[in-house]
Design a protein around this ligand. Structure first.
Ligand code: PLP
Length: 390
């Protein structure tokens, strides 16, 4: 019965997982009447997040996109300043800097972890370079020792777009604690979510007081509420980057259930990795690569198929069995806005072009049942390239 129902409704790529206390906390926030930003639940969620990332300060934001925009404002970028980043990332990583008139410089990724290739960074640096933005793909850490050393040599700021990485670590250090600034996403597709949400993490506290102003429409309202000034005024540029406390209430429930969410996601990730290994090896499919010294947070389970045709055939094969698998980032260096606002690093991005066409992500969400997991694994292992029965 259950299996039949599941087959009929299908297995989505993502199904939002509720931990149980979301309704209670949102109800509590409504009861308190503190509905706008920086209420009691914002303080609670911020504390939980800062502890998870082991960062001295954090500010909740309306999205990771907005947290990246705040980071770009904090850097005081001038038109023409350059920011090195991977081409293989979400649009917002680049867009936030393009909005300031800065030039995203797109570098290629490593063929194993699909992270920014640290060996290509120095050739991409010019006299206008100001920052390096890293993205820990799937929450598998970039080569941070090398990257922070390059940044130090050239006086550049490292920013972690840690949208995938909450709960991951690099040689024992939490992801999000390795750059001067880091950004988190609580979009519905991320491990911990509140529909739409994000945060800016501070590992260098010298950015913090200005960030509070940027987040509050360019005013010193946060200081006013703490009784530090007797009226609040327009101090700097900024925008409205703080989430309603209603969303922070939802997020608090999710952050409190972090260990439960992660245990569930890791069980699915590990089942995929173990039970797909023989099949993958038999038809030349690459499974995720997690180098030594890295704990990942089971954010994605991606496979690299042989080529674009194989990947599309595989997605259709799963689709016919009611399973939604999806491709991922389209290379930014080749996107219309990437060409207009950015430039490509000297080595080009051949690996990015190649893997973007071959990559496919399997369904992975904390509420996935054992039946659903079996169904996905059965459907995947039934696939042979050029030999698909429909
Ligand atoms: C999801 C994601 C974002 C955007 O997050 P939002 O919270 O939706 O703005 C940015 N960068 C990366 C790498 C992401 O995966």
């Amino acid at each position: 019965m259950t299996a039949t129902t599941t087959t009929l409704t299908g297995i989505p790529f993502n199904r939002p997982y509720l931990c149980g206390l979301e309704r209670e906390y949102v109800g509590e926030a409504i009861g308190l009447g503190a509905l706008s930003g920086d209420g009691p639940f914002t303080a609670r969620a911020t504390g939980l997040l800062a502890r998870l990332v082991d960062a001295p300060e954090a500010l909740l934001a309306t999205s990771c996109t907005h947290a990246l925009e705040m980071a770009a404002i904090l850097l005081d970028l001038r038109p023409g300043d350059e920011v090195i980043m991977p081409s293989f990332t979400f649009v917002s990583t680049a867009n936030a800097f393009a909005l300031r008139g800065a030039v995203p410089v797109f570098a290629d990724c490593r063929p194993d972890t699909l992270n920014l290739d640290e060996r290509l960074i120095e050739d991409a640096i010019t006299s206008r370079t100001r920052a390096i933005v890293v993205v820990h793909y799937g929450g598998v850490a970039c080569e941070m020792s090398e990257i922070t050393a390059i940044a130090a040599r050239h006086g550049l700021t490292v920013i972690e777009d840690n949208a995938h990485g909450l709960g991951g670590s690099y040689h024992g250090r939490p992801l999000g604690s390795l750059g001067a600034l880091a950004t988190q996403s609580f979009h519905v597709t991320k491990n911990v979510q509140c529909g739409e949400g994000g945060a800016l993490i501070f590992n260098d506290l010298s950015w913090f007081s200005r960030a509070e102003i940027i987040r509050e429409k360019g005013t010193n309202r946060s200081q006013f509420f703490r009784g530090m000034v007797d009226k609040y005024r327009w101090i700097d540029v900024g925008s409205s980057y703080l989430p309603a406390d209603l969303l922070a209430a939802f997020l608090t429930a999710q952050l409190e259930a972090f260990d439960d969410i992660q245990r569930r996601r890791h069980a699915i990730w590990s089942a995929y990795d173990t039970r797909l290994a023989t099949w993958a090896a038999s038809i030349g499919v690459q499974r995720p690569v997690v180098p030594a010294g890295r704990d990942h947070p089971a954010h994605l389970y991606q496979l690299l198929m042989r080529d674009l045709t194989d990947r599309q055939e595989f997605i259709r094969h799963l689709g016919h069995r009611g399973i939604q698998a999806t491709f991922h980032y389209q290379p930014l260096h080749a996107a219309p806005a990437g060409r207009r606002y950015g430039r490509t690093a000297p080595a080009g991005c051949p690996v990015t072009d190649d893997i973007a066409d071959r990559l496919v992500r399997l369904p992975l969400f904390a509420g996935m049942t054992a039946t659903e997991l079996d169904q996905v694994i059965d459907a995947v292992t039934a696939y042979r390239p050029g030999n698909h029965e429909l």
